[in-house]
Design a protein around this ligand. Structure first.
Ligand code: HEC
Ligand code: HEC
Ligand code: HEC
Length: 411
């Protein structure tokens, strides 16, 4: 029997409440650990990539008949193409050592500041025989600890709901997926960025597509949902940074960066909210406006409201994940985005990047679903050309002009 969703949720909440929280250090987890923390709370053992990637299971080199999609090659794809497989090893490559050195860290592969996002660094008691820290961000980082589902999930008649009830994460639910990826991808601290760490430019649908996916991709409207929910959860975590920076002793420029990141995300997300969660639009709009006023006035007290607004962004993302997204909603959002060209001048290259990924993701979803906009394609490609590798070479004016030219192309 397949458990209904409500039953599963109740069961998981119960399971979380009834297991003991391990005493291992958690200082190494990403700052805003969404689903990851839930995984740790289960204190279940992590079985290691070697347990998943055998030739008969997920380590096949070609498709196996009767197996769903690419599932038999998930491990093969991860090992060969997914950067998560190298995330631990990269800590001690040239770039990793450079970033670490600037932060006075001698050994990034043993540092709590790095391991939380570059490996599955659970307490020793949770590490099973085949666990290897050097596997980096492995299967169980995103799918949940395998102790209780590893063996049975390969049996006939076993369902995904049963796995979820014993520790697996529901990666099909885009909110859960967003809340898994984003604490790592948006949780990057400003002092690390100062030291040369890559900037958190994450967008859920684009990044899922470039992992590359080791699963059967959903229907086109799911991309629209993944993009929208991802922007909402990313806005949530950016706003948490604003609240943290406003109350902390960090340099003023880190507060400025946090605010810019939140605003960059809001500029695209607000269009999703208008179309997909209109009841929340006014509260988010006035909340962001109040924060902007507080930023201009350097009013730290009023900036504390960013924490409440983060909760509102989270609630909105959850609502969108349960709403019905259609390609028509994507077209409505696409029609509005070019009007944001004025924001780019103030927001800079990262703002432009968020806008470009939004246009690209949504128009590709439309094309996949049969709504093609040939006039838009070349114009969006031009926007990508306007985003130089070296951010100091970015021309906001040229980008804004090219963005404005996209207006009216989605007909
Ligand atoms: C535990 C933290 C963590 C989680 C969870 C996580 N990532 Fe990552 N991700 C990383 C790290 C660290 C890297 C950099 C790996 C490297 O290159 O060394 C990375 C790299 C990537 C890249 C490659 C980026 C590039 O520059 O080429 C993509 C794409 C990506 N992640 C997508 C995702 C998606 C989609 C999810 C959720 C389904 C996700 N990540 C979940 C930490 C995480
Ligand atoms: C909050 C999560 C987080 C923490 C903590 C973190 N990283 Fe990362 N790191 C990431 C993500 C996510 C990426 C991929 C970013 C992208 O390409 O979009 C990444 C990418 C990198 C890369 C680029 C890898 C490549 O493919 O070239 C290096 C190097 C790196 N991190 C080093 C470090 C070091 C050193 C530390 C500790 C001082 C650290 N990171 C801590 C999340 C994190
Ligand atoms: C960075 C996060 C991440 C990592 C690491 C990861 N996965 Fe996934 N995986 C996902 C997401 C997201 C999906 C898509 C969920 C969906 O549509 O059901 C997925 C889907 C799958 C599916 C298909 C499930 C289905 O119902 O279609 C299998 C099988 C799978 N992963 C196995 C693995 C294995 C094995 C590994 C390790 C070698 C792994 N994954 C590593 C995020 C990840």
């Amino acid at each position: 029997m397949r458990l209904s969703r409500a039953v599963v949720v109740v069961f998981v909440v119960f399971a979380l409440a009834s297991v003991q929280i391990p005493t291992g250090s958690r200082a190494n987890r990403p700052l805003f650990a969404g689903q990851l923390l839930a995984v740790e709370r289960q204190s279940l053992r992590v079985m290691g990539a070697a347990s998943c990637n055998t030739a008969k299971c997920h380590g096949a080199t070609e498709l196996i008949k009767d197996r769903v999609g690419k599932s038999c090659m998930a491990g093969t794809l991860w090992t060969a193409k997914d950067k998560h497989a190298k995330s631990f090893l990269n800590l001690t490559e040239k770039k990793g050592l450079e970033v670490a050195k600037k932060m006075n860290i001698d050994k990034p592969d043993t540092s709590e500041r790095c391991l939380g996002c570059h490996a599955l660094n659970v307490p020793a008691a949770q590490r099973d025989k085949k666990f290897d820290l050097a596997d980096g961000n492995t299967c169980e980082q995103c799918h949940g600890p395998g102790e209780k589902y590893l063996e049975p999930h390969a049996e006939k008649g076993w369902t995904k709901a049963k796995s979820i009830a014993v520790g697996a994460l529901d990666t099909k639910d885009v909110y859960v997926r967003a809340d898994t990826c984003i604490p790592c991808h948006v949780g990057i601290d400003h002092d690390m960025i100062d030291a040369g760490h890559p900037y958190p430019s994450f967008e859920l649908d684009t990044f899922s597509a470039t992992m590359p996916p080791h699963w059967v991709e959903g229907e086109a409207p799911l991309s629209v949902k993944a993009w929208s929910v991802g922007q909402g959860v990313a806005l949530r975590d950016s706003l948490k940074w604003v609240a943290k920076r406003a109350g902390g002793k960090a340099p003023e420029k880190y507060l400025q960066s946090a605010w810019r990141e939140a605003n960059d995300r809001y500029i695209t997300f607000r269009h999703a909210v208008k179309v997909l969660a209109p009841a929340n639009a006014a509260a988010l709009e006035s909340g962001m406006a109040a924060l902007k006023t507080a930023m201009d006035a350097k009013d730290a007290g009023k900036l504390a409201a960013a924490a409440d607004l983060a909760a509102k962004a989270d609630e909105t993302a959850k609502a969108i994940s349960k709403s019905e997204t259609t390609l028509d909603s994507a077209v409505k959002i696409l029609d509005e985005l070019p009007a944001e060209s004025g924001e780019v001048a103030g927001g800079g290259v990262q703002c432009a990047e968020q806008l470009t990924m939004a246009l690209d993701t949504l128009s590709k979803a439309c094309a996949r679903g049969g709504k093609k906009f040939p006039a838009a394609e070349a114009k969006i490609n031009k926007l990508f050309e306007d985003l130089p590798e070296d951010a100091s070479k970015f021309s906001a004016d040229a980008y804004a002009k090219d963005l404005a030219a996209v207006a009216g192309s989605f007909k």
